[in-house]
Write a protein that binds this ligand. Structure first.
Ligand SMILES: Cc1cc2nc3c(=O)[nH]c(=O)nc-3n(C[C@H](O)[C@H](O)[C@H](O)COP(=O)(O)OP(=O)(O)OC[C@H]3O[C@@H](n4cnc5c(N)ncnc54)[C@H](O)[C@@H]3O)c2cc1C
Length: 541
């Protein structure tokens, strides 16, 4: 029987694990935080899909494809975009079968809302603005049922520390205590790089292990410079204010009360995220999200009903969108870059399948369209299992990308985590320039620095930050979320806009260990109770 190990229990990993269990594959899922610290569980706005109700209202998959490519600055892979958008309604049905309860329209169909840069209302959601919690609660419950039936093993307190690689192929996962889990294929599903930044929308910093593990194993990474910043993060509340608020009519104002987005883009507040994030970053004296147009149109009480999660988070900070505008700023939100995979979730390392935010499929191009990543998580999770089912997981992914640039990173040094975050916020943010990127690389490679005593290796965050900085330096022109203020509007060699920067480690290690040393004394528990209890608490927040 094929044995699959999935590293990461967000939506992508849980999808892969459930699909594998349902297909009769022997599967073990490792998550470092009881599946409660994922970006998935924090998703607010929703899941994009052109459903039958959407088609009846005049929407089309072609329109979803066009919006995705347009938001991604035409840097996405059109074939991948078409395949994923076409399958979206089926994925909504799969999540429904696994127990997801979507908010319903009066006729009982899945209710659809609109978000920035979408031409139509095509965002399915749960609990108003608690889509991730709604989906993960249902999917995790389904996974726990499968575990009860002995069809799936969940280890909810287990961090994957590295990949085992033999003869160039992934053969399993290394645990922090040095124990090994052998597998026929590994599904890397441990998410993005939010932990690289201090200012981020995720309440739980992702340690960027997927990037570091894949890098060390010799997988090609692509679009590393493409980091998305969400334009409306409330620093006071420590909470992101979903784009669906602007979809419902909220506007952005500067210190003079002016709607500055009107002058920057004809779509104003509904322009793609990269455009709005740059507008917010440049707004005179700061920027505020003003929901008065929603209150005027929908009446008092609507905001609390439609956006209960945001309303409660603001209330905890003494803020209230119904009473007045809330100050916002851009914050790191999503990594379009990642481990390069083909349509079958295969990386360039045989046996290593990569799904969700950890992967770079070509869906998002240079800037992700709102609500397309939960969709990608499900799509890639299912694709990985189909690949294992077809027995083609030991073939390297066939990528139509330029030859990767070999990049030497000194793993013996690296700035401590707090310094990495300070550098990333200052130099790898919305606006970048060559001088700042060179300073960032120098500071990130500070010799003799290491995060933990006795740890001779750089942290995953430090590796990921250096990959972002390297690619950002190499792409001299601006494209989508990558904005070079020193060469804005031009592309001076290095990489043409529209082409993809790919990076590879010229000296991959056969067995790579993120931090070394024993962290749990080799004890492995299934973590079922910890997953159950922690998750229940998380979704109740
Ligand atoms: C605040 C917020 C709101 C968002 N809203 C939306 C939205 O409305 N719609 C949308 O489409 N997208 C949204 N996104 C983006 C979306 O949530 C993520 O891109 C997507 O959920 C990624 O899913 P994933 O399964 O790949 O990764 P994640 O959901 O991040 O899951 C990764 C999992 O791996 C675990 N992990 C990490 N490292 C290790 C390791 N070494 N070993 C074991 N486990 C590990 C983590 O704890 C986590 O459980 C939002 C993101 C944020 C932060």
């Amino acid at each position: 029987m094929t044995h699959l190990v999935v590293v990461g229990g967000g939506l992508a990993g849980l999808t892969a694990a459930i699909a594998a269990a349902e297909a009769g594959v022997d599967v073990t899922l490792l998550d470092d935080a009881a599946c409660a610290a994922s970006a998935s569980v924090q998703a607010q706005g929703g899941f994009s899909a052109v459903t039958a109700a959407g088609v009846a209202a005049g929407d089309s998959v072609g329109s979803h494809v066009a919006d995705t490519l347009e938001a991604g600055a035409l840097h996405g892979d059109a074939a991948v975009v078409a395949a994923i958008c076409s399958a979206a309604a089926d994925h909504v049905a799969t999540l429904t079968r696994w127990g997801t309860v979507w908010d319903a329209a009066p006729d009982g169909s899945v209710a659809l809302t609109r978000e920035a840069a979408h031409a139509a209302a095509r965002i399915a959601h749960c609990g108003g603005d608690a889509t991730g919690a709604g989906i993960i609660q249902a999917v995790l419950r389904h996974a726990l049922r499968l575990e009860d039936e002995g069809r799936l093993e969940l280890r909810g307190d287990q961090r994957g520390a590295g990949l085992l690689v033999q003869a160039g192929a992934a053969t399993g996962v290394l645990l922090p205590d040095g124990a090994r889990i052998r597998a026929d294929a590994v599904v890397l599903a441990s998410g993005g790089i939010s932990g690289v930044y201090a200012t981020r929308t995720s309440r739980h910093p992702n340690p960027a292990d997927a990037a570091a593990m894949a890098w060390r194993a010799g997988a090609v990474l692509a679009d590393a410079e493409m980091v998305q910043f969400h334009p409306t993060y409330s620093a006071e509340a420590g909470f992101m204010l979903t784009e669906a608020l602007r979809g419902e009519g909220a506007v952005l104002r500067d210190a003079d009360g002016q709607r500055f987005m009107l002058a920057l883009d004809e779509r104003a507040e509904l322009a793609p995220r990269d455009v709005v994030a740059r507008g917010v970053a440049a707004a005179q004296g700061g920027a505020w999200l003003d929901a008065a147009p929603i209150v005027e149109r929908r009446g008092p009480g609507f905001l609390a009903r439609r956006f209960p999660t945001v309303t409660a988070a603001l209330e905890r900070a003494g803020l209230d969108l119904e009473r007045g505008p809330v100050a916002v700023r851009p914050a790191q939100h999503y990594w379009m870059g990642g481990v390069a995979v083909d349509q079958h979730a295969r990386s360039t390392v045989p046996g290593l399948l990569v799904v969700g935010e950890a992967s770079r499929t070509g869906l998002h191009g240079a800037n992700r369209l709102a609500s397309n990543s939960l969709l990608e998580a499900v799509h890639t999770g299912l694709a990985a299992v189909a690949t294992v089912g077809s027995g083609r997981h030991l073939e390297a992914g066939s990528l139509a990308l330029a030859d990767p640039l070999p990049v030497e990173l000194d793993e013996g040094c690296g700035a401590p985590l707090q310094a990495v975050r300070t550098i990333a916020d200052a130099r790898l943010g919305v606006d970048r320039d060559e001088a700042g990127l060179r300073v960032a690389l120098r500071e990130l490679e500070r010799p003799g620095q290491s995060e933990a005593p006795g740890n001779a290796r750089a942290s995953s965050e430090s590796i990921a930050a250096r990959l972002v900085a390297t690619a950002a330096l190499y792409r001299e022109g601006s494209l989508g979320a990558h904005h070079r203020v020193d060469t804005a509007g031009t592309d001076r060699g290095g990489a043409r806009p529209g082409s993809t920067i790919t990076l590879i480690n010229p000296h991959p290690t056969a067995q790579n260990d993120l931090h070394g040393g024993s962290q749990n004394g080799g004890q492995h528990s299934t973590g079922r109770n910890s997953i159950h209890q922690t998750h229940t608490k998380e979704v109740a927040r």
